[in-house]
Design a binder for this molecule. Sequence first.
Ligand code: MEV
Length: 427
Amino acid sequence: MEKMGEKSSRIQDFHKMSFEEKLKIVKEFSNLSDEEVNLLKSMGSLDRKIAETMVENVVGVMPLPFSVAPNFRINGRDYLIPMVIEEASVVAAASNAARFMRDGNGIISIATDSIMIGQIYIYGVKNISFASQIIYENKDEILKLANETDKYLVNIGGGAKDVEVRAIDTRNYGKVLCVHLLVDVKDAMGANTVNTMAEKVAPFIEKLTEGRAILRILSNLADRRIVRTRAIVKKEMLGEEAVELIAMASEIAASDPYRAATHNKGIMNGVIAVALATGQDHRAIEAGAHSYAARTGRYTTLSFWEKDREGNLVGTLEMPLAVGIVGGSIKVHPITKIALKILNISTAKQLAEIMGAVGLAQNFAALRALTTEGIQKGHMRLHAKNIAVMAGASYEEAEKIAEIMVNEKNISFYRAKEILEDIRKKS
Ligand code: MEV
């Protein structure tokens, strides 16, 4: 029941209304000012029609900074890395870390083929081991059916390649059969392709097993689509103590899930910033990363840092990266297209390799800062500027205020206000 005076969000046919009508409703519902409505309406670089082909009920766009991180050398090639992120210091940290890792061929990053897993869960199967056998015996037919759904993919060498069968114990429903369809999706992220295939083969699998399909969808634990990345930081550049401290911090994180979550978050700062810039499904990447980190039954780190025989610091990272350069919004969004042009790549594998490299560099930057001067110093300059702007300073005043607050090691809204008043009194 709605309370007296409370507005209802039950709006019939909202999705059928025009952009202007939708905005009008939001304006009235939430008491937006004309200025706020105009801000929402100013679509910037994303044409409204394009936005409306991407998602429903569009009433504006949400811009984020689009930055570029220089210094990256990956697999012997130099890159400028497009990054979209709201968090201060991430881009600066990545660029700085990449400088440490430029020696020789720079960061080495190798991605596997783009194998995604489609899952078909079947319940009500009487004899699980017999049903598994029947599925394996009909593997060619299942693959043929799946591949009928995407002739183009098959023509370029991709498509459904293999079938696996698993039995899953459930608490209340006994054993459920799970069929995995292994699909090479080439340069796409692959969700649509795999989901279509899973739906196509499910009736045939139901017939074979005399069970019923309950779920037909890809798995985001993309453990057949992995990137492996390695970087070396010379002890002469880093200092022997820092090498030791970073190796120790890495071991701590590997042993403690509480720290591993934060360690991995640092990796994801880099990975997701590139994902956003290049129009990826970043929720899928996050889901894949964290489930992979917990694949042994205990959550651990996606990367590891240790000292090599010469005393240099070596970092390795292994994680799933289901990313594409075709499909989804990638070739539709004008900024995504520019991001891919800046990267100048031609395969999804290359994109995964770059994202692994940025993740590892980001991780190194965080560990270096944490084990030496602490994370706040780097973070604080931009943070201080934000606080000064929040306190009412112009962008020029904010620069000055931030500098004073950082030097004083006292960064707060109230201090920013005090300094601002001081500056204005004096001018
Ligand atoms: C902050 O966004 C990321 C860090 O917490 C990562 C880490 O602790 O390793 C600094």
